[in-house]
Design a protein around this ligand. Structure first.
Ligand code: FES
Length: 176
């Protein structure tokens, strides 16, 4: 069932939900339809919307809240509590560095420092050219071969040195 027409505030302006971008409406409607009956539906819906759009835009939160009979403050509170959920689109490539214990024992902290310094950004930030978003992750299932990192959704790299990191970034930039 589609959420009913509602008024939402986007960039300070009152708008009808029907006026929101079609991809946002579609992503939210599909996520709500797929998860509405589940206990704790908000989390899987947020995940589904981020998977579809790359982030959870503020106007999507208004629709999600309406669809689940939550207040906007409740939906906003959950979405902003978890750093995993982005409120803005990510860079063209998302690089996730493992910060869990086994990788830390194998040099992940030095890799993390190198990544932040060379990219000029912190975790959850995107380079000025929009190419790279840097995010932390807590175990990639590659614990014996750390430091590990993931490029995009499925490109796992093991025993990543600072020099190897620089090469990966160069390749990612060239590919996008
Ligand atoms: S601790 Fe890094 S992959 Fe498991």
């Amino acid at each position: 069932m589609k959420p009913a027409e509602i008024n939402v505030t986007v960039d300070g302006a009152r708008r009808k939900s029907a006026d929101l971008p079609a991809p946002v409406r579609q992503a939210v409607e599909q996520a709500i339809v797929a998860n509405r009956g589940r206990p704790g539906a908000l989390m899987p819906i947020l995940h589904a919307v981020q998977e579809a759009l790359g982030h959870v835009p503020p106007d999507a939160l208004a629709l999600i809240a309406q669809g689940l009979n939550l207040t906007r403050a409740e939906a906003h509170g959950v979405a902003t509590f978890y750093p995993h959920f982005r409120s803005a689109p990510p860079g063209r490539t998302v690089v996730r560095i493992c910060r869990a214990e086994a990788c830390q024992a194998l040099g992940a902290r030095a890799l993390e420092a190198h990544a932040k310094q060379t990219l000029g950004i912190d975790f959850h930030e995107t380079t000025g050219d929009g190419a790279i978003t840097l995010e932390p992750v807590y175990c990639l299932g590659n614990c014996g071969c750390g430091p590990s990192l993931l490029v995009g959704h499925d490109e796992l790299h093991a025993r990543v040195t600072p020099a190897a990191f620089d090469e990966l970034i160069k390749t990612a930039r060239a590919a996008t």
